[in-house]
Design a protein around this ligand. Sequence first.
Ligand code: ADP
Ligand code: MG
Length: 499
Amino acid sequence: MSEVRLQVQNLCKTFGITKAVQNVSFNVNKGEVHALIGENGSGKSTLTNMLTGIYSIDSGTFVLDGKEIHPKNQVEANNEGVSIIVQELGTLSGLTVAENIFLGHEDRFVNRGIKNTSAMNREAQKLLDQYGFGRIRANAMVDDYNFEDRKLVEIVKATYFNPKIVVIDETTTALSQEGREELYKQMNRIRSEGNTIIFISHDLPEVLRMSDTITCLRDGVYIDTVKSADVTEDDLKKLMVGREVTGDYYRADYGEAVSDEVVLSVKDVTVPGQIQDISFELHKGEILGFGGLSESGMHEVGKACFGASFDRKGSVTLADGTQINDIPTAISHSMAYTSKDRDNESVVMNQSIRDNICLPSLGELTGFLHLLSRGKMKKFANEYAAEMSVKMVNTDQFVSDLSGGNKQKVVLARWIGKNSDILVLDSPTRGIDIKVKQDIYQLMDKMRKEGKSIIMISEELMELIGMCDRILIMKDGRINGDLQRSPDLDENSLIAKMV
Ligand code: ADP
Ligand code: MG
């Protein structure tokens, strides 16, 4: 019989009129990876943020090893033996890697009121090396590293002190395959030491492979706890959505000819240190995929097409001869772009859903004397938020309050509202649950049929295979493979060109 580590008892949390967590109770055992699943907005992050002192608890209790805990912040949670790798960026800018790792625990390195920075750096570097992240330098500013490396720093920060419970909130979506493998190793280590992991992920095969037990939430309500060995992916989908998930997931057609009409022509594009001599043509009604490892340069290709690259050489030309060298030209010529780094580059967090959706369309939302019309903006935002079924109270709500999938819907609503003809979608379904994913795939299929053209950049090979007319595989900044849509394509044929 496994021993209980954590009892979640009658937990509740509301935000305004949103009941984010409603009377949730379940147990988590010692020495297990306990997955928490549920659609976007089902309350997973709210629950784990309460456990780790990030949010206050409205009512209910957490009992850890038989003792009630009430952490008021993350440091107090650490002291109780609970840590978290948060869904959003969890490191602080302006601090070094070492300062981030030991944030709140600096007193370990203080002697007679003086902080021994070099001892702290040494200790942090030792940890980074042990974890196999030695290329990250303890004394460097954390800002010098990209999103993924900063996530690796967070993994060290959350696990080096052998906590009793580590919460991993959708970290894997930010990681490349190599980063994931590192995380899995740490998860296995923590479990083998008899400690517990609460693992939040939308990647159901990953959930089934990595977890022992799975608890499902839906709309803030507890649904069920099951043993991973006893369930299939379809069982989990049904638990999450509350009904059988039917209909085509990806687009279903094969052998449809793509139009000859070229809408975007990319020629000899180079961004120093990132991509080299990239040339391709995007056709009307085509979904053109870019795949590769996360550092292959594929994300930069998207930026380069949208005129968002720094120091780009070569040309990006529309059918009418317009050269795309900057973002305003791209937007005014019906191009759209969604970034992989949604929180930092796509949404304006501290603004309302309404303002976010209206942003690229402000020119069309003016009234008397060319002043912005509040009424038009409201109507516009409501229309496209509804079209994307954004889960919200109303469009005055701040984007920072939304769950990841709903933020992505806001980003997409903005470009659908703008009625863009060419969409560059970088990781459009990153961190999004199956139902919203299916919505996005269907939307892409609809847009394609309407003659819109899409560049889809993704680290998920299955969605590239499922959605694209043609897939270009990037390796070391260059195009290394060119695969046509076919029912015979499998992940291995793509991987062969990636590594
Ligand atoms: P999940 O992590 O399962 O995707 P969340 O716990 O982030 O879901 O969100 C649950 C619900 O609570 C959502 O409706 C979300 O919009 C709302 N919510 C989460 N955090 C906040 C917040 N800080 N302010 C207001 N509403 C929030
Ligand atoms: Mg979440």
